[in-house]
Design a protein around this ligand. Structure first.
Ligand SMILES: [Ca+2]
Length: 429
């Protein structure tokens, strides 16, 4: 991309509170109870490691298992190279190339990105993006990686907002799923950059492996679970940080649109510093897979039954057709599965295992409401008010029986909340 300097300006170099890393180690070792001053001191930057949390009812939507033959290029249908030696705004040293000397399959199910010191004293490496092939809003983004090691080596698995070229960084947002710098061989950093919290002042946390193990010693899985109202970071399914819009401190939470993924190994930069006499080359980042899952929001269950509205009619999946795009209508109550709705804990309303969905994420009066695969988007969020409105917060509009009608077959839509009988619903409780 023509964009450069996408992240981690010189301000990104900052002393990380030692107590945080130390606490993470102690917590991982089970040596601290909760409520200690150390934990409170650390909580601002590092959330205590929590119980393992595997993906819940997650559906794989994209992956690269890197099963190419030895020496072959990354799949061009999935990855594009970004090239150049301009420092990326962080005073990095490497020249990113398209050469298979810097990025290639190893023939054993891995992609290997190799940072090399060249004969002229310069460095080459690779940076791969999905910007042109795959973007997504929300989900679990996961990679299994063995990172390189050494002072001045800076591997990363991260994401940038796909509107980067339109709105620029940091307005586009940046989600750093995994960053490691050579002088902290045991520590993974996870961060968010956005307007008012970027460069040297991101929302960030870290996790340090117990027992002095280096990340580069083994493969680890690094993941984020990104939902409309939170982003959580994991290493090996241990959650070590969760951030919500409240953490942005009044600044805009820009994690509400599609992002693309990046894999790279930088050499040198303001934050990691520069290679020294202890750094050996080549250094390799070995990636077993990158996988993206849709999430069901972690709460697909809740009170279940009929939703009744104007005239005592039931909210009904037209024709009991479970296909995506099926309209939602009023119909006399029958007790059929087409009228059996779950008010799920994640804010969705579900029938047939699918979600009540505002078509195409629309916000205009008259946008039809349909059945669609649950996908975690704001088009599928509903809030039931004390006034018996069912409100889609993205549109700030009410579920509405078209034409203030109670006739059989009346289609449902969203409409500006008006307090009228065709917008009043009784839901399972
Ligand atoms: Ca693999």
């Amino acid at each position: 991309m023509n964009g450069r300097g996408s992240r981690r300006t010189s301000g990104r170099f900052r002393p990380f509170p030692l107590v945080a890393a130390a606490t993470a180690v102690l917590l991982a070792a089970g040596l601290l109870g909760t409520g200690s001053a150390e934990i409170e001191a650390a909580s601002a930057e590092t959330v205590a490691a929590e119980a393992p949390a595997a993906p819940q009812a997650a559906q794989l939507v994209w992956s690269d298992e890197f099963n190419g033959a030895a020496g072959t290029r990354p799949d061009p249908n999935k990855w594009t190279h970004e090239t150049g030696a301009h420092g990326w705004g962080n005073n990095e040293l490497q020249n990113y190339t398209t050469s298979t000397a810097n990025s290639a399959h190893d023939g054993q199910g891995n992609l290997v990105i190799t940072a090399r010191r060249e004969a002229d004293g310069g460095y080459t490496s690779a940076r791969l993006i999905t910007k042109n092939t795959f973007t997504r809003q929300y989900g679990r983004f996961e990679a299994r990686i063995r990172v390189p090691r050494g002072q001045g080596i800076w591997p990363a698995f991260w994401m940038l907002g796909s509107d980067f070229d339109q709105v620029g960084w940091p307005n586009s947002g940046e989600i750093d799923i995994m960053e490691n710098i050579g002088r902290e061989p045991s520590t993974v950093h996870g961060s968010l950059h956005g307007p008012g919290y970027s460069g040297g002042n991101p929302l960030t946390g870290s996790y340090t492996l117990p027992g002095g193990r280096a990340l580069a010693d083994d493969f680890h899985t690094f993941a984020v679970e990104w939902r409309p109202d939170s982003i959580s970071w994991f290493i090996d399914d241990v959650r070590y940080q969760t951030r919500t819009p409240a953490d942005a401190g009044g600044n805009r939470w820009v994690f509400d649109h599609p992002f693309f993924m990046l894999l790279n190994v930088a050499v040198g930069g303001n934050w990691p510093g520069y290679p020294d006499g202890t750094t050996t080359f080549p250094q390799t980042m070995t990636v077993d897979y990158v996988r993206v899952y849709a999430l069901d929001g972690g709460g697909s269950t809740g009170p279940t039954g009929a939703i009744t509205g104007i005239g005592g009619m039931c909210v009904d999946v037209a024709g009991a057709n479970t296909a995506n795009g099926t309209g939602i209508q009023l119909h006399p109550c029958t007790g059929h599965a087409a009228q059996t709705w779950t008010m799920a804990a994640d804010g969705t309303v579900r029938a047939f295992g699918k979600c009540l969905d505002v078509a195409s994420g629309g916000t205009a009066d008259g946008t039809r409401v349909q059945l669609w695969d649950c996908n975690g988007t704001p088009a599928q969020q509903w809030v039931y008010s004390s006034g018996r409105d069912l409100v889609n917060p993205q549109a700030n509009k009410c579920l509405d029986a078209t034409g203030n009608s109670s006739a059989d077959g009346t289609p449902l839509q969203i409409w500006t909340c008006a307090g009228t009988p065709n917008q009043k619903w009784n839901v399972p409780a």
